[in-house]
Design a protein around this ligand. Sequence first.
Ligand code: NAD
Length: 498
Amino acid sequence: MTPTENLQHWINNAATSTQDRTGKIYNPATGEVARTVQLASKATTELAISAAAAAFPKWRDTSLARRTAIMFNFRQLLTERKGELAAIITAEHGKVLDDALGEVARGLEVVELCCNAPYLLKGEYSQNASTGVDVHSLRQPVGVAAIISPFNFPAMVPLWFFPVAIAAGNTVVLKPSEKDPSAAIWLAQLFAEAGGPEGVFNVVHGDKESVDTLLTDPRVSSVSFVGSTPIAQYVYATGTAHNKRVQAFGGAKNHMLVLPDADLDLAADMAVNAGFGAAGERCMAISVVVAIDSIADELVAKIAERAKTLRVGDGTRGCDMGPLITGEHKAKVAGYIDAGIEAGADLVVDGRTGTVDAEGEGFFLHPTLFDKVGTNMSIYTDEIFGPVLSVVRVQSFNEGIELINASPYGNGTAIFTNDGGAARRFEDEIQVGMVGVNVPIPVPVGYHSFGGWKASLFGDQHAYGPEGFKFFTRNKVVTKRWLDPSHGGINLGFPQND
Ligand code: NAD
């Protein structure tokens, strides 16, 4: 098939075409190139930054009532048309339709939070801090916010950031993943339909050239990045060196610890859901099950039995698991399976072959399960980002905690147990930002904040929730005295309150 559509940028509420390089967008279920996308040059990226910078003064001064009204409209439209967005996600990412709808629902939570922005943007007030002196604080927008998002949640990750940034009075340039950028454009068009003014929300497609422009242009005030750890480190170092506020979310290797008293059927169901959902292409996927040796045989058998029942195929056909994002990524994941076998892990379920319900040559792998995985093997140390689940056996609860805490990553983790004391200790001692107790993918709800620790986040403010509003605003404190000021005369001492 020859692609006819060449996806354009979205600047000042208009589709914008340029003579830039182009990239290919696949339908991963068929392996065909579905369309192409323009990849922004430095000059094109600067056009979007200029649009956002020009729109900022007016948007910053737009009343909270008006900003919130647009957010309510956007929420309404997105709720009514979420099926359209889910279909776009499935067509370009490959995840099954139900999962795509789930992604949209989790993004909608953040829009709903932003309908409540005035509450979250309220300052504080102290009357009579000193005699006749009042003090208040206010949170002001930072300016132009750059958002750089990964392929694996083409709608939800942009939705973690742009509604918060915009509700807080900033203007936005979003650079979505060039592998599945249509969801971002659809969201920007919908935001314009909801009443978003020109220049408030712009989208440029692109790769490193565009990202580097966003990281270095002096008109950009903040950078929210989500992607792999090496790029997150680079983005954090470059953005902060150019005086930007940066939050850079990186990769993950999430462990699920199963204690002997756990409900093993529940744990096996959850390991399969969290290990193979979205073909393992989730930053909160479980990629390692840590099993106490005494129950490991039974648990592995239960996971294997379930993994073998999963139907793999085109996400529009009611399957359980879709394809990987590209042929290149599929080959990389398959390479890890070979490496696991070579390193001596027990291959319990081999995902390299199996039946697929799809037309053409899609980028499919089936669920793969390894047991007796060593912590020096690449299938344990590396983020694979595919449907490959490793079981590591430990002798005790303490050994399980030590293993998880030794990981360089700290995005998500979970414990499966019926022992409240053990869960409480786990919750306290584990060095991970998001923890589940009998919940395998503990992505916080919209009114809490999302973020990992260690190599899973560079920067200190998490996404959405109260921390999202802090990231997209600066605090200012005003100390004031009115009328009848007491004239104490000249006094060069540091001001004291009385
Ligand atoms: P990626 O790092 O390849 O790409 C992320 C973004 O960076 C894209 O927009 C891409 O265009 C851009 N980019 C790629 N190479 C670049 C370069 N050399 N210089 C500048 N920018 C560059 O990540 P991906 O493959 O799209 O997404 C998967 C990764 O994202 C996984 O590691 C996953 O764990 C991570 N992720 C993390 C979270 C989290 O919250 N911590 C959430 C989702 C995904």
